[in-house]
Design a protein around this ligand. Structure first.
Ligand code: SAH
Length: 338
């Protein structure tokens, strides 16, 4: 085995120079070794099980104006919606009957509507007590994070988007500060949420050295979940004309982070499968261990357009692909297990 991959596997770490080499190399056999080693490490942690999460895109109403995101508040070209309590519960019902034991409620950042989710989360928790609830609702006040946690939410995804503060400022309006986002991550941890962070790959102005900073931040925070996907341009944003991020680089990051944090829950993301045929399974083969099929009512899916060409990851397809590679799923919460 190449020394770089071996050190990364055995020490769960590499100096910056080695990380840069793994991220930038053209040496295909080195990349294959990296992926294979990460895949083996994932199998040591999870066997050949892949955890499923049922994604419910709760609302596209957002107070923020992130330059890359299709549901930014200044986009007047989309129909805004927020699912009702009844709609959310019927999504959960459908997901549960399909064998899903984690519901992920994701949406735009909208604290006043998120407040209305407190009783809904409590109802989901009471109706499906053997299922986990993950939230991804952006930056909320601490007391709302706390109320949602008490109501029964188990996990929270809040990507840090980029670890580099100058880069963060290039991707967000001046009103959004990186400090706030990081503070939220620490608050979520304090409330004992299983916490997820992560970044887009190939977002405008990104450099390899920023990805190294992302890796260092993740290594330091040691999140229970790591969400990483390629940037994909959306026509109604400032970044419409930027190229999409690289699927290949995204998979290398799954592999590197798998070797650093063997037990972390790392999804093979929807964004990856949106730009790469077979992206879902390729992500798993590079060390990811989670897939998130979409359970949003079909009539709202187009309106939840973070980026264009978003894949739905239908459950039957996912299961077929996985079993062809010897992987399996089962009704399982798939909690982080140290
Ligand atoms: N409002 C929530 C959820 C955001 S959407 C929050 O603030 O966390 C979930 C993720 O989609 C974001 O964290 C971002 O990383 C990703 N995303 C948004 N726009 C994207 C784009 N154009 N390409 C790829 N990923 C994008």
């Amino acid at each position: 085995m190449t020394e770089l991959v071996q050190i990364l596997r055995d020490k769960r770490d590499l100096p910056d120079k080695g990380l840069v080499e793994l991220l930038e190399t053209d040496n295909q056999s080195l990349v294959e070794e990296l992926k294979e080693c990460a895949r083996e490490t994932a199998i040591e942690s999870f066997g050949k099980e892949v955890f499923l999460r049922g994604l419910i895109e709760w609302s596209n109403v957002c107070r923020n104006d992130c330059l890359y995101c299709g549901i930014r508040c200044s986009n007047a070209n989309i129909q805004r919606y927020t699912l009702t309590r009844e709609q959310i519960l019927s999504c959960c019902e459908l997901a549960y009957s399909s064998g899903i034991r984690t519901f992920v409620l994701q949406g735009g950042e909208n604290p006043s509507s998120a407040q209305n989710l407190v009783p809904v989360v409590a109802e989901i928790h009471a109706s499906w007590p053997d299922s986990a609830i993950t939230l991804s609702l952006g930056e909320l006040p601490f007391d709302l994070y706390e109320k949602l946690r008490i109501a029964g939410a188990d996990r929270y995804l809040l990507r840090h988007e980029t670890a580099n503060p100058v880069h963060y400022a290039m991707l967000h309006p001046i009103t959004m500060g990186q400090g706030t986002r990081l503070k939220c991550l620490y608050q979520l941890r304090e409330l004992c949420y299983q916490t997820g962070m992560g970044m887009m790959v190939g977002s405008p102005f990104q450099k390899t050295e920023y990805l190294v900073e992302d890796i260092r931040l993740i290594q330091m925070f040691r999140p229970e979940m790591i969400g990483i996907g390629p940037f994909i341009p959306h026509k109604d944003t400032k970044f419409a004309d930027f190229p999409a991020g690289s699927a290949e680089l995204t998979m290398r990051l799954y592999s590197i982070l798998r070797l650093m944090l063997p037990k972390a829950n790392i999804p093979s993301t929807t964004a990856l499968s949106s730009i790469l045929p077979d992206g879902r399974i390729k992500g798993i083969l590079a060390g990811a261990n989670v897939i998130m099929p979409n359970f949003t009512p079909p009539q709202y899916r187009d309106a939840y357009s973070l980026y264009e060409g978003k894949s739905a990851d239908p459950l039957e397809e996912v299961q077929k692909e996985l079993s062809a590679e010897g992987y399996f799923t089962r009704p399982n919460r798939g909690d982080y297990n140290n």
